[in-house]
Design a protein around this ligand. Structure first.
Ligand code: ACO
Length: 321
């Protein structure tokens, strides 16, 4: 797997937020673990964040753009409704023979996309798949709403997947959804049900809405059950895992899950303090940081687990090559 990431230069700290809304650094740190997040420049859209991440991932994998068979972009903040962000990236990178599509599974999007890529490779339909997660949540946040705007940040991560020997790479994958909880986490005003009008914007329906407490409870529950399911599918025990890379939404959610799973926090990757919740991009950003910190070596078993809007959740176990 070649891995690449990109985050915008601009850092927005909790102290900066204190100047914008009625909040404080202490509240944000103690409730979420977040210290700062990145904010895209006005001219940067999802594809602009994705491209530098993809360039690094391709270089590390030693794969040329023209060799890529498929591009999957996990995002809830695409450049526009259509054409897809994946097509913009396909063109700009020069992936001349690649098919390209966006995948919508909110914060679970990257793990969903890994599983889709795995199928294309396993069937021999694709030799190389470029999986990208790119998000610009700063554009869809109500910056007056202190319950949501403090949580999110912008960023992108990319991986290149190709065939590996049996028993290596993606060992198991579990995808799940419960649409009954869809209303808990939404961006209502960006589709065919509520076309964008001045009135809709006045009501703030073009912003992310979230029932934080309910999402918190859901997250703790499915992170545990999802992890156990991925282990069962892989025929592994918790002790076989070398590292868990969870979706970086809130350090308290991660601590609760560690406790429920009786899994040591030292073996869980956490970097939510630096980037906040970057939705689908959070797991590849954490994966890249784990690699830079030397926390992953060939042969390690890594569990990646995510939850998000939909509601969706997904878990995968990778034996690192
Ligand atoms: N600064 C200061 N005070 C605040 C802030 C803020 N930013 N936000 C809320 N408060 C206040 C509230 O008004 C409330 O005050 P009150 O007691 O006087 O009424 C108090 O703090 C407590 O608020 P709660 O909502 O009870 O805080 P809670 O401990 O539940 O934390 C949080 C809120 C951080 C949002 C938490 O519920 C959470 O993390 N939920 C999960 C969110 C999540 O993971 N979302 C991402 C989903 S992934 C995706 O697909 C996008």
């Amino acid at each position: 797997m070649g891995v690449g990431t990109y985050v915008p230069e601009k850092i927005l700290t909790n102290k900066d937020l204190e100047q914008m809304i009625d909040t404080n650094d202490q509240w944000i740190r103690s409730r979420t673990g977040i210290k700062e997040r990145r904010i895209a420049a006005p001219e940067q859209a999802a594809s602009d964040l994705a491209i530098p991440a993809a360039v690094v991932a391709l270089k590390k994998a030693g794969v040329a753009p023209a060799e890529v068979d498929l591009i999957i972009v996990a995002t809830s903040t695409p450049d526009m409704c259509f054409p897809s962000t994946a097509c913009a990236i396909q063109h700009k990178l020069g992936c001349t023979k690649a098919g390209a599509f966006d995948l919508s599974a909110a914060c679970s999007g990257f793990v969903y996309a890994l599983s889709v890529a795995r199928q294309f490779i396993a069937t021999g339909t694709a030799k190389y798949v470029l999986v990208i997660a790119s998000e610009v949540f700063s554009r869809v946040l109500n910056w007056q709403d202190r319950e949501t705007c403090i949580l999110f940040g912008d960023g992108a991560g990319a991986v290149v997947l190709g065939a590996v020997a049996p028993g290596q790479g993606i060992i198991s994958a579990h995808l799940a959804a419960d649409g009954a909880g869809g209303h808990l986490l939404t961006l209502p005003g960006c589709g065919s049900r509520l076309p964008l009008t001045p009135d809709l914007m006045k009501q703030g329906l073009h912003y992310v809405t979230m029932e934080g407490k309910e999402v918190f409870k859901f997250a703790v529950r499915v992170m545990e059950t999802g992890a156990l399911k991925a282990l069962e599918l892989a025929g592994m025990e918790k002790d076989d895992l070398d590292l868990i890379i969870p979706h970086q939404a809130n350090s308290r959610i991660i601590e609760h899950v560690a406790k429920k799973l009786h899994f040591p926090l030292e073996k869980i990757m956490v970097n939510v303090d630096k980037y906040g919740n970057t939705s689908a991009a959070s797991i590849p950003l954490a994966l890249d940081d784990a690699l830079r910190q030397g926390r992953i070596k060939p042969g390690d078993n890594i569990l990646m687990i995510a939850f998000g809007g939909g509601l969706t959740w997904a878990a995968t176990i990778v034996k690192w090559v």
